[in-house]
Design a protein around this ligand. Structure first.
Ligand code: M6R
Length: 610
């Protein structure tokens, strides 16, 4: 995790670095720092705390220099503290680094360097990188960095500067994202595009193993074997505005309200309503291979995993192909059994940079499997390494809590299920027509739910002071309940759990009292009565029950304390609607509890470490 930036040019670097770091705070925000080449030496200013604290520290100091690097941290090795903040330097400040990733063999390297006289001052893995570069420096910074990373096991996006070579920043990437922004007489380095978008739209997206020498008027990139790479310029065509708050108090709320257009954009050009067909023109997997599939693995983390749980229901129902959904962090170490001829691995990742998801993908590819990625970020590692990609067009998602990315991941699951169903003819024309028509209604139905936000605010008023809350549901409703529960705990810090409603009596019911409100998602017609019985069970234990359902189930009003109605649609599409009040509930509850909605404690947007 962490965000890194760099600048070399003719302007004062410090404000540019700070501006870039602000756009990267979603990657981590427990400490921050900058290093600037100020005349003959390098100034390092860093602090534990948020960027605001760094700005306070910089106030009045105004370090000068037109070349510098910066960092916003999410601690992995060493607690958040001034000394553990980046940039890190070698023994005599001549070599300074910022790093995103993990040096897995840092203890071994630290021992080796210490024996050679290097003195360490932090508890971080990163500091070994600065000492390694120093150790290997013999008048050529590029060569020293190359030798240093050859000793490193783990992941890194790293930028290095030295007062011995005042005309360049050297950066290198392995399994952590890194982009170089190309300016006119100035260059920018960042972990992610929004950090440089105010300055340039022309970028180089670095690939694993590449190392770059970034100078005022030249960027040279070399591959792992030292040959110069003829890199294609990637032109960014979305604007900064898209990544700003646009009048909302928080990114999360803005992103919740952006769901109707995000769904429309993800459906756009993919629904042929003349022939009632789904068209995924970007797919490059062969039809015959898809027709022969006998198993699909969906691998993802967090909210993306929850989208996969919905995907399982949807794909199995539409195609009759068995689907296994796995947490990437488990899958990558459990030696999965894959038949490359007849299995497909799907990975879902908003950022396309989640370390565990990437590792799961590499493992699958190594076993000969084809990988289909569902991601929101064009040019992300996942998108580049997959055999085929379905993009979600949610636009940049900044809030740590994923909302619009999740809903568009669900849309991708429906499109994918329909695509395979068409090939295998597992759905009737009538069924396909109903689902496509249903999908087209979703944006306006989500909009209608958003207009009922004050009602959710009232529910939040009732429950926000509770310390525990349960979400229950069956089938697709259960999968949505899991996402609702994650959303609530992640930003409001209320302890929330999701249970398959029928499972309550096997243990969890013992926890239900008048102090544990229960959110019951109950939309699936075939199991309505079953879930209703479970609602009665928790009611009998004095729980305050809020049901999320549709108007045709109005009789539920006599069974529960409150009801939130979502519009009616096809059974299978209901998760696209029921998740919205759960997102709003998490938002308002967090707000009422005074939590930092967009930047919840201990979390970061993009989890690029294992
Ligand atoms: O970028 P990814 O979709 O791969 O991220 C996966 C999870 O880290 C992410 O969904 C996380 O669970 C969200 N913060 C939840 O809101």
């Amino acid at each position: 995790m962490c965000g890194i930036v760099g600048y070399i040019g003719t302007q004062q670097a410090c404000p540019i670095l700070i501006e870039g770091l602000k756009k990267l705070e979603y990657r981590g925000y427990d400490s921050a720092g900058v290093a600037l080449l100020n005349g003959g030496y390098i100034d390092i200013i860093k602090t534990v705390g948020r960027l605001y604290d760094l700005e306070q520290k910089l106030d009045g100091v105004s370090p000068e220099g037109s070349m510098g690097i910066g960092h916003t941290r999410w601690a992995t090795h060493g607690r958040p503290s001034d000394v553990n903040s980046h940039p890190h330097k070698a023994c005599d400040s001549d070599f300074v680094v910022v790093h995103n990733g993990i040096v897995e063999n840092y203890l071994e390297l630290k021992g080796w360097l210490t024996a050679r006289g290097h003195v360490f001052c932090s508890e971080t893995d990163t500091e070994v990188l600065a000492h390694l570069v120093e150790n290997y420096y013999q008048g050529d910074l590029l060569e020293a960095v190359r030798k240093a990373v050859s000793k490193v096991e783990g992941s890194y996006a790293m930028a290095v500067m030295s007062d011995r070579e005042k005309d360049k920043i050297v950066c290198v990437r392995k399994e952590s994202p890194l982009v170089i922004g190309l300016g006119n007489g100035e260059q920018f380095i960042a972990s992610d595009i929004p950090a440089i978008l105010n300055h340039t739209r022309e970028t180089y997206i670095m690939d694993d193993g590449e190392i770059a020498v970034v100078q005022i008027d030249d960027v040279s990139i070399y591959n792992g074997s030292g040959s110069k790479v003829n890199k294609q310029v990637f032109k960014v065509n979305w604007d900064q505005q898209a990544a700003e708050k646009g009048g909302f108090e928080h990114f999360m709320l803005k992103e919740i309200y952006e769901q109707p257009p995000a769904i429309k954009d993800t459906l756009k050009d993919r629904l042929n309503v003349l022939d009632y067909k789904v068209e995924l023109k970007e797919l490059s997997l062969e039809n015959q291979y898809l027709k022969n599939l006998n198993k699909i693995f969906i691998v993802a983390c967090g909210t993306a995993y929850h989208a996969g749980l919905i995907g399982k229901h949807v794909i199995e129902k539409m195609t009759r192909i068995p689907v296994e959904v796995e947490l990437a962090s488990e899958y990558r170490y459990r030696d999965p059994i894959i038949d490359p001829e007849k299995n497909l691995v799907m990975v879902i990742s908003q950022s396309g940079e989640t370390a565990d998801t990437l590792a799961a993908m590499k493992l699958s590819k190594g076993m000969g499997a084809k990988v289909l990625a569902v991601t929101n970020v064009v040019g992300s590692s996942v998108s580049r390494e997959a055999d085929s990609v379905i993009y979600t067009w949610a636009g940049p998602e900044i809030a740590v809590a994923s909302t619009k990315a999740y809903i568009t991941q669900l849309v991708a699951m429906y499109l994918w299920g329909l695509h395979i169903a068409q090939l295998k003819e597992t759905l009737s024309r009538d069924q396909v027509t109903k689902i496509i028509d249903g999908l087209r209604r979703i944006p306006s139905q989500v909009q209608a739910i958003l207009e009922q936000a004050p009602k959710v605010e009232n529910i939040a008023e009732t429950v926000h002071q509770k310390e525990d809350l349960f979400f229950i549901g069956r089938g697709l409703d259960y999968a949505v309940a899991q996402e609702g529960s994650l959303k609530l705990k992640e930003i409001s810090y209320i302890h929330a759990e999701a249970y398959a409603a029928g499972e309550l009596k096997h243990g969890t019911l013992a926890l239900v009292t008048e102090d544990t409100p229960v959110m019951a998602v109950i939309t699936q017609k075939d199991i309505y009565e079953k879930t209703l019985s479970n609602i009665k069970e928790v009611k009998a234990r004095d729980a305050y029950v809020i049901a999320v359902t549709v108007k045709s189930n109005q009789s539920i009003e006599s069974e529960v304390d409150e009801v939130f109605y979502v519009p009616e649609n096809e059974n299978i599409l209901m998760p696209l609607l029921t998740v919205v009040p759960l997102q709003l509930l998490a938002y308002y509850a967090a707000l009422m509890r005074g939590c930092d909605v967009d930047k919840p404690r201990n979390l970061a947007k993009s989890v690029t470490v294992e």
